[in-house]
Design a protein around this ligand. Structure first.
Ligand SMILES: [Zn+2]
Ligand SMILES: [Zn+2]
Length: 150
């Protein structure tokens, strides 16, 4: 079975170099380590906020996000501590997804298949609506296309 070597995180406690010693004592910890070692993950550069903090205790030296559903976008270190929902990478991903969903709800009035089926007449009607709208905005002085001063 292909696997990845586990490189423990090194940190300092009162000036003394310490190496993280991962524990397999809970299901969450064991799973996070198994995911790190045996499943495809994406190396993160920059690391998540938690991993890049001087307070980080690893346990892995690198910040990796599983490409599987484990942790739902959180890195394995945050997963290890049961802090998946707090991982800055997951929060960022959720923010992006939420935004994409809102945009989709706002603008997806037609699927691309439906668009293909529109008649030329309907398309021309739309084109006219767009032209009118631009004209309205221009005359109201809100259009980014500037009128020349006479
Ligand atoms: Zn991380
Ligand atoms: Zn994280």
């Amino acid at each position: 079975m292909p696997n990845r070597l586990f490189t423990p995180h090194e940190y300092f406690i009162q000036g003394e170099a310490t190496t993280a010693k991962p524990k397999f004592d809970t299901q969450t910890r064991a799973t996070s380590l198994a995911v790190y070692i045996f499943t495809p993950t994406q190396y993160q550069n920059p690391k998540c906020k938690q991993c890049s903090s001087f307070q980080s205790r690893g346990p892995a030296s690198d910040c990796r996000v599983p490409t599987t559903k484990h942790g739902a976008g959180a890195c394995t270190n945050c997963y290890y501590y049961g802090q998946s929902t707090a991982c800055s990478l997951r929060i960022e991903q959720e923010r992006v997804e939420e935004f994409a969903k809102k945009e989709k709800d706002r603008f997806e009035m037609y699927t691309s298949d439906e668009l293909d089926e529109l008649s030329e007449e309907q398309l021309e009607e739309w084109a006219q609506m767009v032209k009118d709208e631009i004209e309205n905005k221009r005359s109201a002085g809100r259009c980014p296309i500037k009128k020349r001063r006479s």
